[in-house]
Design a protein around this ligand. Structure first.
Ligand code: NIG
Ligand code: FE
Length: 398
């Protein structure tokens, strides 16, 4: 397939724009990319009329599979109750855990598909989905199986992350070690043995797992050779990012309270900083992540929806990119890198996120003039078509 007369944001060194270019795909891969006037011959030629081509977008942090509904907590928060207090009173994550345990696998799949369809309408070709609303062996595995099934039902790659260490369920409130044993020695090993785990994550926070408790989860992941990520420094600075860096984490996520030392350690470990402006927005946080210091230390920055039923019911990567610009001061170029090249890196995927020879042919065609147009409007979707694995997957190719 040849796409020609197209403006290409290769996302190599920033936008990496090729003004009037073409891209040739073969066997699901990018075979050639360059200026349109020296285009090689091809069977199927699509003249894109000067539209913009980007890599397929990547949402590298979501909790898309869950049961129940927490809109009433939004009401509570706006009536003055804090997110952490709702959690302490058994709401928050635990409210979704109760609902997810009670929901059948078929029902979970059905509700997740609706959310996935909404998010795919904005050119997503790879999405990460976490467990973490089960907090028992059976329900954690149920969530991960649903995540895997989604990839069979829609044209999208799903990377699964085991988040058994999301919070302590009430039955283990007084016995953290026993719950850690369940997470590390029963749930994670079983899920991994069934091929359901691409990465391991934890929520390191005062209302969740301490740094030491998080480390025991990382040790279990390491013994199974599974890469790690971490929800770190979201509501306070516990030093979780530093620990994650020591374990060579692929990413640390949220990081509003990350300090200079934390930035230095993730810079040294090559860990991606994943910004989640949706949660910051919904929780009406005051402290923004240390973007200037991340830049200064050349830490790769990704942005993700954090799609979840509580702190970030956000189903739009384009909105998220806009929020990253308006709320955190990212440039539109950084925001697009955050949903392409750096999002791929946050998932440990070297074969996507840029438009280059040898990369997977996961591409999105947009009816816009400039790449910056993708982060600018709110609630406007200019997607024209998606190609995934070199096949037309959505919309109409010209
Ligand atoms: O990424 N921070 C922890 N976990 C999720 C929110 C979970 C919830 O509120 O359901 C997050 O924001
Ligand atoms: Fe999250």
């Amino acid at each position: 397939m040849l796409l020609t007369n197209v403006r290409i944001a290769t996302m190599i060194n920033g936008y990496g724009l090729i003004e009037n270019g073409s891209v040739l795909t073969q066997h699901g891969m990018i075979e050639w990319v360059g200026p349109a006037n020296v285009t090689p011959a091809a069977k199927a030629i699509h003249d894109c009329g000067g539209k913009l081509l980007t890599p397929g977008l990547i949402d590298c942090h979501t909790h898309l599979v869950y049961g129940g509904n927490r809109a009433h907590e939004f009401e509570m928060r706006l009536n003055g109750v804090a997110y952490a207090d709702i959690a302490k009173a058994g709401g928050g994550i635990m409210s979704t855990v109760r609902a997810t345990r009670e929901t059948s696998e078929a029902e979970l799949l059905k509700s997740a598909l609706k959310r996935l369809d909404s998010i795919l309408a904005e050119g997503i070709t790879t999405i990460e989905i976490k467990s973490g609303y089960g907090l028992d062996v059976e329900t954690e595995l149920k969530m991960l199986r649903v995540a895997r099934k989604l990839a069979m039902l829609r044209p999208v790659d799903v990377k699964t992350t085991f988040l058994g260490a999301h919070t302590f369920p009430p039955e283990f409130k007084e016995n953290h070690n026993e719950y850690l044993d369940l997470v590390c020695n029963r749930a994670l090993s079983k899920a991994a043995a069934e091929g359901l785990v691409d990465a391991v994550d934890a929520f390191c926070e005062g209302i969740a797992f301490s740094v030491d408790e998080t480390e025991s989860v990382f040790k279990a992941a390491k013994s199974l050779n599974i890469p790690i990520k971490l929800h770190a420094e979201q509501l306070s600075n516990l030093g979780g990012a530093k620990l994650a860096a020591r374990y060579g984490a692929m990413s640390v996520d949220h990081i509003e309270y990350l300090d200079r030392e934390g930035v230095e350690s993730i810079a040294a470990s090559g860990t991606v900083a994943v910004l989640l402006p949706g949660a910051y927005y919904y929780l009406r946080e005051k402290q923004a992540p240390p973007v200037a210091e991340l830049r200064q230390h050349k830490v790769p920055i990704a942005v993700a929806t954090d799609l979840n039923p509580g702190s970030s019911p956000v189903h739009s990567i384009l909105t998220t990119m806009n929020m990253a610009c308006v709320l955190f001061g990212l440039t539109p170029e950084e925001a697009l890198l955050g949903a392409t090249a750096n999002a791929a890196r946050a998932l440990g995927l070297a074969d996507r996120g840029t438009i280059a020879v040898g990369q997977r042919a996961d591409l999105a065609l947009w009816d816009v003039e400039r790449p910056g147009d993708l982060s600018y409007p709110l609630g406007f979707n200019p997607l024209k078509a998606v190609i995934r694995n070199g096949q037309a997957a959505r919309g109409q190719l010209p």
